[in-house]
Design a protein around this ligand. Sequence first.
Ligand code: AMP
Ligand code: MG
Length: 343
Amino acid sequence: MYPQPMIAMAAAAAFFAATPAHAQRDGVVVERVAFAMGTSLQIEARAETRDAAVQSSECALKAVEAAERRLSTWRDDSELMALLRMPVEESAPASAALCAELLEAQRWSRLTNRAFDPGVGALVAVYDLRGEGQWPSAARIARALSRGGIADLSIAGGRVTKRANVMLDAGAFGKGAALEAAVAAMKAAGASAATINFGGQTLMFGAEAESSVYVADPRDRSRSALRVQVRDGSLATTCNSERRRVVDGRPLGHILDPRSGLPAEDLGSVTIWASNAFDADCLSTACFVLGPDAALELVERLDGVEIVVMRCQSSSSALTVRLSSGFKDRVKGVLPELDIQSS
Ligand code: AMP
Ligand code: MG
């Protein structure tokens, strides 16, 4: 038998071993499960007293809900959607949190040469990725591309100006942003350590020792393929497995290349480890679009970031695993036949 994820979750990408490192420490751990941003949110908060642990988990949940009200591109009443409805060349005030998140997203878009660009909103619509899915004509793809990207927002002095009729989709960074907001809120409320699993993206802080995080097999995500030894930081996975659909006989994935307007090649899965959940989220999407060679090359240039690329041709083909150099001694296969290469 292969190790099975402890908790069945629709979008589970990673799960923790039974004894998280911080469980060995003093203090009280409170566990809480909620639903936010369309997915499950599991929080384990450690603090000196039970009250402080409860309070910090409450603050984490509130911070995630606030991030959803700020960033969601699934609801018309979010702060971001109100900004995006503004006419081109107009500007409006925006919260400090939203300005900081948009600036960070712009930075990752630049650093990845637009492999990551939340300005794919119009493309997501023409492919009907929130519905049944469809293959649009070249003309419709070109029209969607002409609406620009996140670089077309000017963000300064607490105001955002729309320089083009850009439509954003927060799908690739919203969970990471919410996790970072949750951690800040938990620390402020007195948590000394926490483990959060938000729809498969995990985040840990305050751990006394390393723990194992299992990463799902992209061919069959109910089982694990790898075990990663990590401590404080966040692990995010991008793959098509749960949202793969076949439209007119052709597979249509949900990760798009913002430069060509075409779906990214479905390589299998990309898992990123970073000290910050926002970075891990942006980079896992970007690296999926970049493909293994360019992704590994980018990650090797970044401090404190590691990558696992699991490549497979189909659900029945062999799995090839490529690791960044910092993961060489931290990743072990839990499937017998894995071919693991590190750079
Ligand atoms: P993730 O699962 O974090 O990789 O995010 C994927 C989601 O982000 C998709 O479902 C789209 O909503 C959106 N998206 C797709 N491709 C891109 C891209 N290249 N850059 C930014 N967002 C994207
Ligand atoms: Mg992402």
